[in-house]
Design a protein around this ligand. Structure first.
Ligand code: GUN
Ligand code: ZN
Length: 435
């Protein structure tokens, strides 16, 4: 007997990208639209009048008229074990790692700490409308088990991996070149491709890996081309200096990763503030991606990301919050910071492009655009209901907006978690705002 399919429809103002938008008119926009989901997958999206005419009368319609329905937001770089030390005072990257990040991560030796924190973190992601993320865990394998377990419970598409670090960091947080890669291999076998989960081989950055470890990680990355590589690149000037002293044979910091087999499709590099044109060409040719993390770059005093240069090379770019270096898990607030970082450099971030960087563009950066990031039929139905009248000010501002571009821009500049009314993963509710 064939099982009956579960079908549901969602009525709202629907907005998403099907391709990289060059103007607002390139967005898919249905002022009164309907999204139809069958067994967790998008089957149709279009104007309500058209979809309703075809829709079977027994399909339930969730009425979100007045609100925006967007693809679930995607965070291309975040550290879940740093959620408890977000907003720690006063330091730039290398001192900040010693003073705040490593002590916080040390606690994840305890599986109970990892489990409790992973639960909280995933709830916070969903409360902020983020349905997919590429996540740093810690050096401890159980920290990876914890984040994957929390994601699997809610059927989320998340990617994570054990941090590899065997050099230049506290002794009790080190693994070894061989041991770290063996643990990574076990975690790949245990988790990669299970439910909606994906593994990322995660050398923290070249500062905290021996050459032997980088080589072993690169070898593993060659063995498992379908898993991601996730690391940091050229974030801070002192960090770049350390790298040029330690790796005099490499042309650049990116070249260190390249020479060790870590630059390939599905490699994601957070920050990339200090690249040259040769690096950008190489990143683009080899299919690597950049996570643009503006709140972190401002908070840690790291610098200003040059998006125009990355775009000129057609490099894949997605947004990252980089919590706890970043100051929010909220992608709207992250995009608002991104707008200002670019404005300071006489670069533009129009609203259609901002939406792209947090949805389809981020999905492309993660090589997941055939699954998430848009409402293309066949995609997994991860979406959020956004209420841009959630506060008296945003209600007033959105009411005054004459166009969808203006409404979207005001939402991006003013919005935060209060704007997220509901979050769905594969058509199932995973978060609903109280009130
Ligand atoms: N570089 C190496 N580790 C980290 C980290 O935890 N946060 C940030 N922002 N940069 C890093
Ligand atoms: Zn980071």
């Amino acid at each position: 007997m064939s099982r009956r399919k579960k079908v549901a429809a969602y009525r709202a103002t629907i907005l998403f990208c099907l391709r990289e938008p060059h103007c607002v008119a390139d967005l898919e926009y249905f002022e009164d639209g309907i999204l139809v989901v069958e067994d967790g997958v998008v089957v149709e999206v279009g104007p309500a009048a058209d979809v309703l005419a075809r829709l079977s009368a027994d399909v339930p319609i969730n009425d979100y008229r007045g609100r925006l329905l967007l693809p679930g937001l995607i965070d291309c770089h975040v550290h879940y074990p740093q959620i408890d030390m977000i907003a720690s005072y006063g330091e730039q990257l290398l001192e900040w790692l010693e003073k705040y990040a490593y002590p916080a991560e040390r606690r994840f030796k305890d599986a109970a700490v990892a489990a409790e924190t992973a639960e909280f973190f995933v709830q916070q992601l969903l409360a902020n409308g983020t349905t997919t993320a590429l996540i740093f865990a810690t050096v401890h394998a159980q920290s990876v088990d914890a984040i994957f377990a929390a994601a699997e419970k809610r059927n989320l598409r998340l990617i994570s991996g054990k941090t590899l670090m065997d050099h230049g960091c506290p002794l009790d947080l080190r693994d070894t070149a061989e041991g770290g890669v063996e643990e990574s291999r076990r975690l790949i076998e245990r988790w990669h491709g299970q439910s909606r989960l994906g593994y990322a081989i995660t050398p923290r950055f070249a500062v905290t890996s021996s050459k032997e470890q980088l080589r072993a990680a690169g070898k593993l990355a060659g063995e498992f081309p379908e898993v991601h590589v996730h690391t940091h690149l050229a974030e801070n000037e002192d960090e770049v200096k350390i790298i040029s002293h330690r790796f005099p044979e490499s042309r650049s910091y990116l070249d260190v990763y390249q020479q060790h087999g870590l630059l390939r499709e599905r490699s994601v590099f957070a920050h990339c503030l200090h690249l040259d044109e040769a690096d950008r060409g190489e990143l683009s040719r080899r299919g690597g991606a950049i996570a643009f993390c503006p709140t972190s770059n401002l908070f840690l005093g790291s610098g200003l990301f040059d998006l125009a240069a990355a775009k000129a090379h057609n490099i894949r770019v997605g947004m990252g919050t980089d919590v706890g270096g970043g100051t929010t898990l909220n992608m709207l607030r992250t995009l608002a910071a991104g707008y200002k970082v670019l404005h300071l450099q006489q670069q533009a971030l129009p609203p259609h492009e901002a939406l792209y960087l947090a949805t389809l563009g981020a999905a492309r950066a993660l090589y997941l655009d055939d699954r998430v990031g848009s409402f293309a039929p066949g995609n997994e139905a991860d979406f959020i209901v956004v209420d841009d009248s959630a506060t008296p000010l945003t209600a007033r501002r959105s009411a005054a907006a004459g166009t969808i571009a203006e409404r979207l821009f005001a939402l991006l500049m003013l919005g935060d978690d209060r704007a997220v009314e509901a979050t769905y993963a594969m058509g199932e509710p995973v978060y609903a705002r109280v009130g």
